[in-house]
Design a protein around this ligand. Structure first.
Ligand code: MG
Length: 158
């Protein structure tokens, strides 16, 4: 068994789209990013790479590469899962947390699970997603000017 952890943070600005777990969230502010800025998926990618003893998301998908401009992060997640599987490792489960002051994400969690389950070919019962606010503190997180996500993954050798 191997465990991995990942973390990501994106600044939020008005007039941009907000994606989390591959789902578009109705929000006045969205992520400032080279890709679609999906903080949850980026944290999951780093968790997978870490568990497999590989590098980080910036090494595999650099934000200077035009290939990844506005890319759907689920494509990157699938590519990362392929890298892991090539090393004879399979996902046992993911546990994740999103920190976003607003909007509330509870109603989006089933959609995120469905989207991630499809991208990873993994049962929804193996994907945990918790959504928390920043209690109006923690600077930009508390003022809804940033979104943060953390992910832990367990892999097993095939
Ligand atoms: Mg990111």
């Amino acid at each position: 068994m191997r465990v991995g952890s990942g973390w990501d943070l994106h600044k939020l600005e008005e007039g941009r789209a907000l994606f989390l777990g591959g789902v578009e969230i109705e929000s006045p502010k969205g992520a400032v990013a080279h890709s679609d800025g999906d903080a949850l998926i980026h944290a999951m990618i780093d968790a997978l790479l870490g568990a497999a003893g590989l590098s980080d998301i910036g090494t595999y998908f650099p934000d200077t590469d035009p290939t990844y401009k506005d890319i759907d992060s689920r494509v990157l997640l699938r590519m990362t899962n392929d890298l892991v599987r090539e090393r004879d490792l399979d996902i046992v489960n993911f546990d994740t947390t999103i920190v976003l002051q607003s909007p509330k994400l509870a109603s989006y969690i089933p959609l995120m699970k469905e989207s991630l389950s499809e991208a990873l070919d993994l049962d929804e019962s193996c994907i945990g997603i918790k959504a928390k606010t920043a209690e109006h503190i923690l600077g930009e997180l508390g003022s809804s000017d940033a979104v943060m996500a953390m992910a832990t993954v367990l892999l097993e050798e095939r």
